[in-house]
Ligand binder design. Sequence first.
Ligand code: SF4
Ligand code: SF4
Length: 389
Amino acid sequence: MPFKKPIDDLTGFDLSEDFQQFDQKNDIYCRSLWDTAVQSDKAKAFFNGYFMPEARSRRTDGFNQRDYALRNATWHVTNVLRDIRRQDTGRKEGFFDYFSSHEAGWPEPYPFESPDQASADVRKVAKLCGADLVGFCAFDERWMYSGIFNEQTLASKANEIPDDLANVIVLGESMDEDLTRTVPSALSGSATGMGYSFDALTLLTLAQYIRNLGYRAYATMNDSSLAIPLAVQAGFGEVGRHSLLITPEFGPRLRLGRIFTDIPLTHDTPKKIGVPAFCQICDRCATGCPPAAIPFEPPSPKTHNRSNLIGVTKWTVDAEKCFKFWVNQNTDCSICIRVCPFNRDYSRWYNRIWRNIANSPLRRLALWLDDKLTNRRRHKSSWWWRKKQ
Ligand code: SF4
Ligand code: SF4
């Protein structure tokens, strides 16, 4: 497997000879099931808290029963789909395994006139199914998980995505901006939960559509591959200091799904929006991260622990510190999203102007404007509940 590819000249990815594909077993959530360095009773309670009887709500703003009631409900559809085959087959779809709940498709591939025509149709249908962003790129084995976590054996099993599928469809679901203002809170986790639930619906419908056209399609969410490198290759945006994707449409508020397929598609081109240069003059996420999991230093190949990707020069978050903070506060955290200057509503003209300034030599002005004009402090959960839609 080549560790460098021509697409890296467009994405700016910097891989070295010691690059290794990531084994999902080393993902921090998987490690919490097998690795004593991460396992704890608190971690168990954190996961159980996503189900109401064990939510451990408290009186604190953002963590009371109605906050957990919503957060846990937003995960419900994803949980139903996750468990649909779990009892019979042990598959945990959308998390460890690709979605397999499909009807029979068409036996012969539909004769599109060209990849451009197929791309236009798929893009249109993806939007109809609820995708906020759609992009296409080539299959890239570097980002496929070298192993898939097996919940029964607590070991790795083979990745089941065939390696002869030429194309990847990347789908983005935006997260609610107002909810991200209430981070950290159980309530704000609803933005993540809805992102996943919308993603699952979009992925399953679009994959079935492609199968109905007579092509192969494997819908994946947290399983099977890394998401961000494929999203960058599909032209979504660039990666920030907080290791999250930043897009011109939604900043860092995006959940990502992928469909691996052989339908002919015209690939998108990676997009430069000035994120790395901006992050060099900004450290809001690193300063705002309570457990100091985000680096202040320039990108480097340094890894913190086995949850990090080996052989890539980039900003790398210490996933152990991050997860420990999540577990301690009994819900997920997105402070790094809330405080990021790119986190804005780009349907407003003045935010689009800000984006242009941020992607120019005047980026220090953009940072100053964000400091002066944007309230990035935590909003109370009660503010969100009272706010008119
Ligand atoms: S999610 Fe929270 S704890 Fe994790 S890196 Fe972001 S700010 Fe830090
Ligand atoms: S907060 Fe600043 S440094 Fe962090 S990702 Fe956003 S722009 Fe980059």
